[in-house]
Design a protein around this ligand. Structure first.
Ligand SMILES: *Cc1c(COP(=O)(O)O)cnc(C)c1O
Length: 370
């Protein structure tokens, strides 16, 4: 049996007619950049995330970059984040010329250990980027309390977490900015690159829209040095169709996670993901287990040989990446991130997974982990 890590085709089959009609209409209009569809999408995503304002952009990476740019964060500034995330989180900090300062994760959720943030704050610290890894939110009350005490900007990296909730509050609604990615493999995926920035402050919202088009307002009068961070209308059209299905797809992901939890409960030598508090809505962009006893590579190879797709998010924590050698970190600095990098393994969790496929994954894992 083949069980890919992610298969987008069954999802497309459900909505093919609607998508093709919408794209055909867009082609007839020849309106390709920003425009009415992008504005509609901004309104709908803002409402979905319980935020006042949204700014549609070219990718999740550009969303993070723009949030830092509009806050004038740059050389001499420090930004605190997790070393156990996709590179874009730290890359955005470096691209504006600021310095990423890493804080270790907690072992159960792989999210920032908020107890360790305060010790990393210096007079140069300007912002914190909590990453809601795998679809589960960081302990945001602690982050926001620190941010208030030290006057820091909070930029939520919710690229994996659209629809996630913490104490009944939506991802992107708690920080000063929330950044989403619509990369095709995310829970709400476009037909290419796209992203969005959410915020609740009208001045920030206005500034974001100016930065998105080379800092110009009015046209050809440049207040800031922004960039081309605009979203294609094509992506907006696709996302408007898909957004209607997001909650049902998320429920399927959660059902799959529940099923794995039952099927894998008695398998030795692995740790299953946890939902941190009962008020957390985990949207399972990834279902990530840990393989204990130094056997991850062997188990991964075994799954591959059995036709099961898996991956490691992420194999090298950011403080040990070659491009960050100049930051001066070394092995042992963030032991939980390093242990996670050696133990984690993401299993297939996409909504259309069948029960037979889940059983096959669980049975194969059980025989490999004995
Ligand atoms: C995907 C992702 C991003 C970047 O989003 P793109 O749309 O691919 O640029 C940033 N942060 C995290 C945690 C991600 O998973």
């Amino acid at each position: 049996m083949q069980v890919p890590l992610l298969d987008l085709k069954p999802q497309y089959e459900q909505i093919r007619g609607e998508i093709q009609t919408a794209i055909a209409e867009l082609c007839a209009s020849q309106q390709f950049i920003l425009g009415q569809h992008v504005e509609d999408l901004e309104k709908k995503i803002a409402a979905y995330c319980q935020c006042r304002f949204a700014c549609a952009v070219s990718s999740g990476s550009d969303a993070l970059l723009m949030a830092l740019m509009t806050e004038n964060i740059g050389p001499g500034d420090e930004v605190i984040t997790s070393p156990y995330t996709f590179f874009a989180t730290a890359g955005a900090i470096s691209r504006v010329g600021a310095r990423p300062v890493f804080v270790d994760i907690q072992p159960d959720t792989c999210n920032l250990n908020t107890d360790l943030i305060e010790a990393a704050i210096t007079p140069r610290t300007k912002a914190i980027i909590p990453v809601h890894l795998y679809g589960q939110m960081v302990d945001m009350d602690s982050v926001m309390a620190l941010a208030e005490r030290y006057q820091l900007v909070v930029i939520e990296d919710a690229a994996q977490a659209i629809g996630a909730e913490y104490m009944h509050r939506q991802a992107c609604s708690m920080g000063h900015y929330g950044c989403l990615s619509f990369f095709p493999s995310k829970n709400l995926g476009a037909f290419g690159d796209a992203g969005m920035i959410l915020c609740n402050d009208p001045e920030r919202a206005e500034k974001l829209k100016i930065y998105r088009s080379h800092g110009s307002s009015p046209k050809y009068y440049h207040q800031y040095i922004g960039g081309n961070f605009r979203m294609d209308a094509m992506q907006a059209v696709v996302l408007l169709v898909k957004l209607k299905f997001l909650d049902s797809w998320t429920s399927s992901r959660q059902k799959n996670a529940d099923d794995y939890q039952t099927l894998l409960a008695k398998v030795p030598n692995l740790t299953l993901p946890v939902t941190a508090t009962k008020n957390n809505r985990h949207v399972f962009n990834q279902y990530v287990i840990r393989i204990l006893g130094g056997r991850r590579q062997a188990v991964w190879d075994g799954l591959k040989a059995a036709g099961i797709g898996c991956d490691v998010y992420y194999p090298v924590p950011l403080h040990l990446q070659q491009c960050y050698a100049s930051l001066g970190y070394s092995k042992g600095d963030f032991p939980e991130s390093e242990r996670a990098a050696a133990e984690t393994l993401a299993l297939p969790i996409y909504p259309e997974l069948s029960h037979i496929q889940k059983r096959y994954v669980a049975d194969t894992l059980a025989s490999l982990c004995k």
